[in-house]
Design a protein around this ligand. Structure first.
Ligand code: SF4
Length: 648
């Protein structure tokens, strides 16, 4: 769109800022543009919940061009959870609405004296009184604002009670419960008294070569038109067992994942990953043996899929991995729980009560609270209880034993309301551990304060490395060895390591330079995806089937190589790292809880005896980016090469 909107919430003012072509060329849009425009404007030491923090809502460069999978949007700002750069990524239909409203991104400074919402229609912006909506949950807020502002062409992003109460694990919701959940940015929105953003309009972007974009989209669409009828959950559970028992592993092809997503969504992972050893069990101290096939079958893909009445597609998505529940059921038209939610509220707590997971998912989505962090925080509290650090009295009478689903529901209700012990836990496990003392921090499975995703770095050390190395730590959505296998970047970028079709499992744990080169390339690549607004699941089809680089050239008229685009990814990554350094964070502080790294090694399960040498991996990863291998600080020559003058 060529411009972004700045909204001064303190004074109620607006300013449209033109974005020069060079800024797109160097940073793309989405997360890159946000890093470029906000990184240096958020002062060092800024209170993340103070008016000096800048909240951004950004669409990707490819959104609205006709490229498939291009419906992701991002919330950005300084994270109150980690104290560093924060971003959270979400699907749905809000990304094209940002563009249709006339802007590539909207940034909020200051704080309103009372609750407001931003309304933008084809470039015309106004702040409206949101006091009547303050206190409403995300579903009701969206429904009321849609009705109030004129109908279904308007799209809403909003916070729920968790963001209003500045819970550090709160997010921003759109499409009734699709959540930009990570990094606690819902609390930033709440601290600004910004209840919602409502966007509408009919403005369109003109891609440089629309026909070329569409031809690439047709090719991508053709690659995903295969819908085998034979997949079922039990088959996948046995495949997981096989994966655990075999000493070798086959390189994963994204088309297989697509088949699973197509049929079951992310719930397809529910049992297979427990069996294989990827799903963390019982606050990362258990294994498949503690959550055996009989128990995990109660959370099988079918248990969740059988409740779906219609598939849910984000904007421009040919797969549609989501699902909406029946209007008549207890959770009318709610989104089907995703794998991350099922397992953080399920296996992580030894909870096999599917009904409780539907309920928790609904409660958390309505409240606008991150399901991963909420589950991780309950797991932390359970282990504190098990070890006598929290007593039944401390827990307001809740018998918080493993798998006690009524107690889990009761505790999450309290966290949402910040009531009693819920107030202690509403800011996540690290903050709670610091308040509790008594060594409670050893039970908080976070990286830099962010509860880890439901993928075990002892099963795939690529996850461990990305949890520790990313400027937004603890993310499962950026890289792993398995993701790299599926990205297949070596097919487009000379010099990147390729992957053998079959390899021994033991080889995953050596610190070979190739592993780190692959991880660093994955980080660069995901910044390109997040600058473009593309979905990770599309990217896992591989760069031949998802023509990221070709789309970008066709949409913009640039003639850049894939390696050129990865250099943009390096610029974005380095800017985020420099931001963290400028904010006084030591990159080493993001090394996750030692238990998650196999220190000490697990005694049972798929990952028994495994231990990750994270320091060695980090040194090599930092060096790959041109950052100091001992401190993780970007080196002056790297900042110069990338056109960053230091300081974020
Ligand atoms: S694959 Fe799923 S998350 Fe990705 S764009 Fe499609 S529906 Fe959305």
């Amino acid at each position: 769109m060529g411009k972004v909107l700045w909204v001064d919430l303190t004074r109620g003012g607006f300013k449209a800022e033109s974005v020069p072509e060079e800024a797109y060329a160097d940073w793309l849009s989405g997360i890159g543009l946000a890093a470029r425009l906000c990184g240096r404007r958020i002062p060092a030491g800024a209170d993340p919940l103070g008016p000096e923090n800048i909240l951004g809502l950004a669409s990707g460069l490819l959104t609205g061009t006709g490229s498939l999978f291009s419906g992701r949007w991002m919330v950005t700002g300084k994270s109150p959870l980690t104290g560093g750069w924060g971003d959270a990524n979400c699907g749905g239909h809000f990304a094209p609405a940002i563009k249709r409203s006339g802007f590539d991104a909207i940034f909020f400074t200051g704080a309103s004296p009372h609750p407001v919402y931003l309304f933008v229609d084809s470039g015309r912006a106004e702040l409206r009184d949101a006091r009547p909506h303050w206190g409403r949950d995300t579903f009701e807020t969206e429904e009321r604002l849609t009705a109030e502002t004129g109908g279904k062409n308007f799209r809403v992003a909003c916070i729920g009670p968790a963001g209003e109460r500045r819970s550090l694990i709160s997010g921003v919701s759109t499409d009734r419960g699709r959540m930009a959940a990570r990094a606690g940015l819902g609390a930033v929105m709440g601290s600004k008294n910004l209840k919602a953003v409502v966007l509408g309009g009919a403005l369109r972007i003109r891609p440089h070569d629309r026909e070329a974009v569409q031809a690439l989209s047709r090719r991508c669409n053709d690659a995903v038109q295969f819908h085998p009828p034979f997949l079922n959950g039990r088959m996948m559970a046995y495949a997981g067992t096989l994966m655990r028992m075999l000493p070798v592993q086959m390189a994963f092809d994204g088309l297989l994942l697509k088949l699973m997503l197509d049929k079951f969504g992310t719930a397809s992972l529910n049992q297979i990953m427990v069996e294989a050893g990827d799903t963390p069990i019982q606050n990362w101290k258990g294994s498949h043996a503690d959550f055996d096939r009989e128990r995990s079958a109660r959370l099988s893909p079918e248990v969740f899929n059988d409740t779906v009445v219609v598939k849910y597609h984000c904007h421009a998505c040919p797969i549609g991995c989501g699902g909406l529940l029946s209007k008549e059921g207890p959770y009318p038209r709610a989104h089907k729980p995703e794998y991350e939610s099922v397992m953080s509220l399920g296996g992580l707590l030894l909870n096999d009560d599917a009904e409780s997971i539907f309920r928790l998912n609904d409660m958390l989505n309505r409240a606008g609270m991150d399901t991963i962090s909420a589950g991780g925080t309950v797991a932390f509290a359970m282990e504190c209880y098990e070890n006598g650090i929290l007593t039944r009295g401390d827990l307001d009478g809740l018998e918080l034993t493993w798998g006690n689903s009524p107690a889990i529901v009761g505790l999450v209700e309290k966290m949402i309301r910040r009531e009693g012990v819920g107030d202690l836990l509403a800011d996540g496990s690290r903050a709670a551990a610091r308040r509790i003392g008594a060594g409670a921090e050893r039970f908080a499975m976070t990286a830099g304060g962010q509860e880890l995703g439901m993928h075990d770095g002892r099963y795939d050390p690529g996850f461990a490395l990305h949890y520790a190395a990313e400027p937004t730590p603890g993310r499962h959505t950026i890289g792993s060895q398995m993701y790299y296998e599926m990205y297949r970047l070596w097919e487009k970028v000379p010099g990147l390591p390729d992957i053998d079709a079959i390899y021994t499992k033991d080889s995953k744990y050596d610190n070979a330079a190739d592993k780190v080169a692959a991880a660093a390339a994955s980080s660069r690549f995901v910044n390109v995806l997040n600058g473009s607004g593309l979905c990770l699941f599309g990217a896992l089809l591989g760069v031949e089937r998802l023509p990221v680089f070709e789309w970008l050239n066709a949409a913009t008229g640039w003639e850049r190589s894939p390696a050129d685009y990865l250099e943009i990814g390096a610029r974005i990554q380095t800017a985020k790292q420099a931001f963290n350094v400028a904010q006084g964070l030591a990159p080493k502080a993001f090394i996750p809880n030692p238990r998650t790294l196999g220190r000490p090694p697990a005694a049972a399960g798929a990952n028994r005896g495994r231990s990750i040498d994270i320091e060695a991996l980090l040194r090599a990863y930092w060096a790959n980016f041109g950052w100091d291998p001992h401190t993780g600080h970007p080196l002056p020559e790297t900042l110069k090469r990338l056109g960053l003058t230091g300081g974020g």
